[in-house]
Design a protein around this ligand. Structure first.
Ligand SMILES: Nc1nc2c(c(=O)[nH]1)N[C@H]1C(S)=C(S)[C@@H](COP(=O)(O)OP(=O)(O)OC[C@H]3O[C@@H](n4cnc5c(=O)[nH]c(N)nc54)[C@H](O)[C@@H]3O)O[C@H]1N2
Ligand SMILES: Nc1nc2c(c(=O)[nH]1)N[C@H]1C(S)=C(S)[C@@H](COP(=O)(O)OP(=O)(O)OC[C@H]3O[C@@H](n4cnc5c(=O)[nH]c(N)nc54)[C@H](O)[C@@H]3O)O[C@H]1N2
Ligand code: SF4
Ligand SMILES: [Mo]
Length: 739
């Protein structure tokens, strides 16, 4: 028997298949983590249809960090200024259950919140929904997906009647025109990008358009790079629609038969002549026309987008304005075409399927819909009207709820909000006020641990079994292949134990994650994301499967069911009349535009090697060497004006806070805009937090904050300050003693 195991990369939403194996006996002495456990070898799984054997540096190095700085036991303290002491799981559960009961009796269930993550397995997500929404009767479950995918979710729902990206990765090799907007695919979805770049290189007729204020590695490869001013996407897209209409590049039959709302949209786009649009976006009329020509002439247009669109105070409007172009040109529901949202985290999709935002319920249902609530209550076997009809608190509303005292207990799991939420000074002050914070993590230390009263050690990828869904709706089983360390427990099992101790023995009688999965898929029956044909067993036997995958069409024995590659191939959408909806929007501009006092726009984002707040990649030598320090990108013209030289220190101030970075003077960024990576929290560098500067203003529909733009001023830092503020290059990761 081969000892290699097939699984999924636990980093990004591309969802590459991995094959892992223990190090050969003779290498075991050298290939060990700091806790002495062997480091498993990783290679790409050639049989995985999404990635075909490819992996990027993050996937290739993922096993290195698994054994470093782990949180191994539950830890407790009465207040944040005290040291933690080790406690038993029994004591930890007693604390949580007592606290839930007291808070519920005194303040009501809505004073309890859980903040989870797209890095949960679907099973973790599902049991958390059942605990919060089903048993406690509050919809106060939100996830870091609020900062990530919620605009894509609301855009798809409003335009198509349901969430769910309609495309698949094979479309990357079938398109004539790839339109990449607000996505640095080369660094953030590298294997999707590899597939696309290969197709682009091998076929001269295939065009690549990139819309990004920065000249990213993705933009470097483009036939056309539109370096628009941050926040001007709606102007650009309406301007392109204007030209498509003027030049007759549209599909009247599709518009007539399959859509609604075109005339209102057509009225709006008349107000977007090229000269006005080019000026607003800061591009040339010629480039705008080229973009419209490339889209109009192509037989198959595939658009890809990510955070440059979603993380905006008009994120939903941006998503819908992009979908409008697909609708007017009939570019959806066919090979090589469609609006394809690239998901960020490995299981951002599974979170949506399991109802993991404060307005959702499992199976792409909504808390606002009485029938949806009744269906879920039935399967959960809880009294009718147990599920609240009121959407719960979003991530940011949890922070403001701590400020006002309306939130009395916060349970955080698999996310590091003391780095990743906006307006960090305010966020941290609110976390400091929290009467009781539970933090369920795999590592110690992380920045958020400093704000916790109770730390719960979680198993992570490789130590637990569960499913994850990637951007193309493909579900992969990630089996446990390493022995869990210390006293760690699976996230779902922790939630289930709390449920049982609260008196819901029958609802949480699960003994394996396969049982959780089996119950969850029942709630997807006849829903857009039907997965009733899937089980852990079948995924283990047949490998990854795409949804929809109903059990009504049993697969021929030994043969995988034809995958549900694309949605809407019959051009019937999930709206009541089956028609997709045009949305007609004018841009409202940035929530905090630059002004005389704060004249620059700061945008934030990612680097190829690092993952978010570095809990894993900061503990991976190769990646730390690749990106040792934070920096700020600034255009030579702005740098000259301010007397800033390459590597010279710059202080960046916004209305909320400040940070300091060495300057990277580069033409890759447009004048007037600066860029800072999001990866450096307070553990990894002094005063280099991107989110010390950002604001929490959000899209009114998706409630997703505008993490991609805020107004800042730049100040040259004197040499003296410089030496005081050098980064902790030799950061000691040996955990501060917790006794
Ligand atoms: N290496 C790496 N890969 C990752 C991650 C990681 O941490 N590291 N995280 C994963 C996650 S969770 C996510 S959500 C994805 C994010 O993937 P991406 O969205 O591709 O990454 P970002 O760097 O956040 O932002 C993308 C681009 O948006 C541009 N942008 C900023 N403002 C605007 C605007 O107004 N309009 C337009 N059109 N563009 C704008 C930025 O310049 C940036 O290049 O990556 C996933 N993959
Ligand atoms: N300025 C700015 N801020 C941003 C963004 C931006 O572009 N700019 N992007 C936003 C986006 S899109 C995202 S997705 C967020 C990401 O922000 P976070 O979610 O805060 O980032 P991560 O570092 O991925 O944190 C995940 C944590 O979960 C832990 N973990 C991993 N696996 C498990 C597990 O199985 N169980 C448990 N219990 N814990 C586990 C990891 O150790 C890690 O500490 O950041 C957001 N914040
Ligand atoms: S592209 Fe994403 S899923 Fe694939 S190996 Fe890299 S980080 Fe992992
Ligand atoms: Mo994300």
């Amino acid at each position: 028997m081969s000892d290699s195991v097939k699984t999924l990369c636990p980093y990004c939403g591309v969802g590459c298949g991995l094959e892992v194996s223990p190090p050969a006996q003779r290498n075991q002495a050298t290939n060990r983590a700091s806790d002495g456990t062997p480091i498993w070898k990783v290679r790409g799984d050639r049989a995985h249809p999404s990635s075909q054997g490819m992996v990027c540096v993050k996937g290739a190095t993922v096993t290195e960090s698994i054994g470093r700085d782990r949180l191994l036991h539950p830890m407790m303290r009465e207040s944040l200024d005290q040291p933690f002491r080790q406690v038993s799981w029994d004591e930890a559960f007693t604390q949580i259950v007592d606290r839930i009961q007291t808070v519920k009796a005194t303040y009501g269930a809505d004073a309890i919140c859980m903040y989870g993550s797209g890095q949960f397995a679907t099973e973790d997500y599902y049991v958390a929904q059942k605990l919060m929404k089903g048993c406690l009767g509050t919809n106060n479950f939100d996830a870091n997906s609020r900062l990530c995918m919620s605009s894509a979710v609301s855009g798809y729902i409003q335009s198509f009647g349901a969430d769910g990206p309609p495309c698949c990765y094979d479309d990357l090799e079938l398109t004539d025109c790839a339109f990449l907007i607000g996505t640095n695919t080369a660094e953030c979805h590298p294997i999707v990008y590899n597939r696309l770049r290969k197709h682009h290189k091998q076929n001269r007729h295939v065009k690549l358009v990139v819309v990004d204020p920065r000249r990213t590695p993705t933009a470097e490869d483009a036939d056309l790079h539109l370096a628009i001013k941050p926040g001007t996407d709606i102007d650009l897209l309406n301007g392109m629609a204007h030209l498509l209409l003027r030049w007759g590049y549209y599909d009247p039959e599709f518009i007539e038969d399959c859509t609604q709302g075109f005339s209102k949209f057509a009225k709006i786009i008349r107000l977007y002549p090229p000269s006005v649009v080019a000026q607003r976006c800061g591009i040339s009329v010629k480039d705008l026309e080229t973009a419209a020509h490339l889209w109009g002439k192509a037989k198959r247009v595939l658009s890809l987008w990510s955070m440059g669109i979603n993380q905006s105070s008009e994120g939903t409007a941006k998503v819908r304005t992009l979908i409008n172009l697909h609708l007017m040109t009939g570019q959806v529901g066919k090979p090589g075409a469609g609006p394809f949202s690239l998901t960020g985290q490995p299981n951002a999709m599974g979170g949506r399927e399991a109802g993991g935002l404060s307005h959702l319920l499992p199976g792409y249902r909504s808390v606002l819909n009485p029938q949806h609530r009744a269906e879920v209550e039935h399967v959960w076997n809880v009294p009718s009207h147990q599920i609240s009809p009121v959407p719960g608190r979003t991530a940011w509303d949890m922070i403001t709820g701590l400020e006002t005292g309306d939130v009395q207990m916060l349970w955080i799991a698999a996310t590091n909000p003391a780095v990743s939420l906006p307006d960090l000074e305010r966020t941290k002050a609110a976390l400091r006020k929290s009467p009781f914070t539970v933090y369920q993590e795999a590592y110690y230390p992380t920045e958020t641990a400093a704000f916790a009263h109770l730390l719960l050690p979680a198993t992570q990828w490789s130590e637990k079994s569960g499913t994850m869904t990637n951007s193309e709706r493909r579900v992969t089983l990630c089996p446990a292949f390493q022995r869990p360390r210390g006293d760690v427990k699976e996230d779902w099992a922790i939630f289930a134990e709390v449920g049982r101790r609260l008196g819901f023995e029958q609802q949480f009688a699960f003994t394996t994650s396969a049982e959780v999965h089996a119950e969850f898929v029942q709630l997807t029956r006849d829903r857009p994301c039907d997965m009733t044909g899937m089980s852990h067993d079948r995924l283990q036997r047949e490998g990854p499967l795409q949804w929809p995958c109903p059990d009504s069409e049993p697969a021929p024995l030994g043969e995988a069911k034809p995958a549900a590659k694309r949605l809407y191939t019959d051009v019937r959408f999930h709206t009541p009349d089956g028609r997709a909806r045009f949305g007609a929007y004018h841009s409202r501009g940035l929530a905090e535009p630059p002004d005389d006092q704060y004249p620059y726009v700061l945008t934030t984002g990612r680097l190829y090697g690092h993952w978010h707040t570095q809990t894993r990649t900061g503990r991976t030598d190769k990646i730390r060497q690749m990106h040792p320090n934070p920096f700020i990108e600034i255009h030579p013209r702005d740098a000259k004006k301010l007397g800033i030289e390459n590597d010279g220190w710059v202080e960046v101030r916004s209305r909320r806070g400040f940070a300091r970075f060495p300057a990277k003077v580069t033409k890759a960024i447009a004048p007037g805009t600066v860029f800072v990576p999001m990866h450096w929290g307070s553990l990894w560098a002094d005063q280099a937090e991107a989110n010390a500067l950002t604001h929490p203003e959000s899209c009114p529909d998706s409630l997703q904050p505008e993490l991609k733009a805020c107004a800042v001023q730049l100040i040259l830092v004197s040499a003296e300050l410089d030496s005081q503020n050098a980064f902790r290059r030799e950061l000691s990761l040996s955990s501060p003693p917790i006794s």
